[in-house]
Every structure is written in C-alpha cells, then in structure tokens.
Design a binder for this molecule. Sequence first.
Ligand SMILES: Cc1cc2nc3c(=O)[nH]c(=O)nc-3n(C[C@H](O)[C@H](O)[C@H](O)COP(=O)(O)OP(=O)(O)OC[C@H]3O[C@@H](n4cnc5c(N)ncnc54)[C@H](O)[C@@H]3O)c2cc1C
Ligand code: FES
Length: 252
Amino acid sequence: MKQTYKCKLRLKTEIAPGIFDYVVEAPEIAAEAKTGQFLHINCGGRTSLRRPISICDFDEGFVRFAFQVKGEGTEKLSRLDPGDVIDIMGPLGNGFTVNEGERAVIIGGGIGVFPLLRLARYHQDAPVFLGFRTKELICMEDDFNEANDNVVICTDDGSYGYNGFAVAAMGEYLMEHEVDMIYCCGPTPMLKTVKQIAEYRRIPCQISLEQRMGCGIGACLTCVCETKGEGMAKYKQVCSAGPVFDSREVIL
Ligand SMILES: Cc1cc2nc3c(=O)[nH]c(=O)nc-3n(C[C@H](O)[C@H](O)[C@H](O)COP(=O)(O)OP(=O)(O)OC[C@H]3O[C@@H](n4cnc5c(N)ncnc54)[C@H](O)[C@@H]3O)c2cc1C
Ligand code: FES
C-alpha cells in the first residue's frame, strides 16, 4: 500500500477563475517525486474516493499542484486555507522519461499544462506550446517563461498570443524543425491530434492520460485504457502503467 501523508497547505493562490495553485509541505513526496507523476488527494467531506491531481513542481520539502474546481471533491479542496492539513497519497504512477540532449517539443492544454512545467525547465531551449480557450483562463504564464526561453501561449479565440489551437502552432514548428520527442498533456482531442501528428511524422511521443480513478494504485479497474496489446494486455491501468504512455501504445 502506498503511503499517505498529512501535508500542511503553505501557499494558496487562485490563478484563474476557479483554478487554484497550492504549495504543500510534503518532504517525503518531494524526495521521491518524478515529473509527470500524480498525487491522490483526500478532499474530505462526503467524497470518500481520493482525487488524482498532477504534480506540478517540487523542491526542498515542498510540492506544488494546481487544480480546477470541477465537482464536489475539488470544490472542497478549494475551500482550504493555508495552515490546513491535506491527506495526500503519492507520488503515484509513471512520469515522463526524459532524455538528455534530445530535441524536444512540449505541448499542453488547459489544466494539462501543470505537469509540463518541470519538463519545460529541463528542456529550456525546447519550444513549449500552451493552449487555453481564452485569455482569462491562461495559467502559469510567468512560471513557464521563467522556466523556458521559447514559450508560445495560444488561445482558441485569439484573445491572447497565437491565434488558434496549440497543435496548429506546433504543426507549423514541425514543418521547419527535426524533433526527437514530443511531450503532451491536455484534453483528449489534443492528445488524439498530437498522437496522429507524431505517428504520421514518426516522432516518438509521450502523452499523459486522464481517467477517472478509484484506488490510484492498480488495485481496481476504474482507470483502464485501451492499448494495442493482445489479450489481457489490451487494457492497462492508467494509474499504475501510466499516466504517461508512449502514444503508439494506446488507442484513443
Ligand atoms: C493522472 C491525473 C492527473 C490529473 N491532474 C489534474 C491536475 O493537475 N489539475 C486538475 O485540475 N485536474 C487534474 N485531473 C483531473 C481531476 O482528477 C478531476 O477534475 C477531479 O478528480 C474531479 O473531481 P471532483 O470531485 O471535483 O469532480 P467529480 O464530481 O468527480 O466530477 C466532476 C466532473 O469532472 C469529470 N471528471 C472527474 N474525474 C475526471 C478525470 N480524471 N478526467 C476527466 N474528467 C474527470 C466528471 O466526469 C464530471 O463531469 C487529473 C486526473 C488524472 C487522472
Ligand atoms: S484507479 Fe484503481 S486501478 Fe487505477
């Protein structure tokens, strides 16, 4: 059984309407965490099942995550104040596999941008395409700009930055550049398009999947996704085999 920790909320910021950025004191989790892994959070109240939230950043005993209020669990979580204690299991899952010296492209959308911050920092010169529906929903622009020299903010409605989808901006970049790896986290339509582009161009690609979860540790089947495996290997648990997969492995 993966360990749970009582983590004190240190910093709380509403970074966009209904989107909260939390920093918690969690030395054990910070010591083990890898980019792309997630936390399984007990949000309290009637929501007995934990809620999965990606690790955004970690350093010297602190872990940062950000979440959008969607339903009862995240709503409860958003009502906490600095000093309150959160019951967190983690770090869980398999994160991104990062290779030194590779020519990378990083692409994310909406709340999917959060687990990409550390990747953007590691691949400081790689282009980072971040898509949001509209200007009001842009998150962590300053953090990404601090981490990376080539951040392109895209808005679907053209209200800020590149006018259009992040995948379109990435497509333009790929027309002129050779790339060794694409990293992606975002809504399913984005994952599907990025996967198609990567496969068509024969570029290795890692995508982070989102599924509803139960246990978070591979003990139930709530989170299965379809893969190209045969027989029993056709379905894999996103919580334990993922959430990051080789895009060629999964069927979206
Ligand atoms: C590995 C992983 C990492 C995640 N990281 C983040 C993150 O960094 N920030 C963030 O804001 N959210 C993240 N999510 C999504 C987050 O877990 C859900 O938004 C949350 O569980 C909703 O809980 P709730 O009780 O507020 O809403 P519920 O009442 O449970 O659901 C509200 C709505 O959200 C939908 N929903 C619930 N769970 C998911 C899910 N896993 N994927 C898609 N839709 C869902 C439901 O269908 C429903 O429409 C992540 C999910 C996974 C699997
Ligand atoms: S959530 Fe239980 S197996 Fe993944």
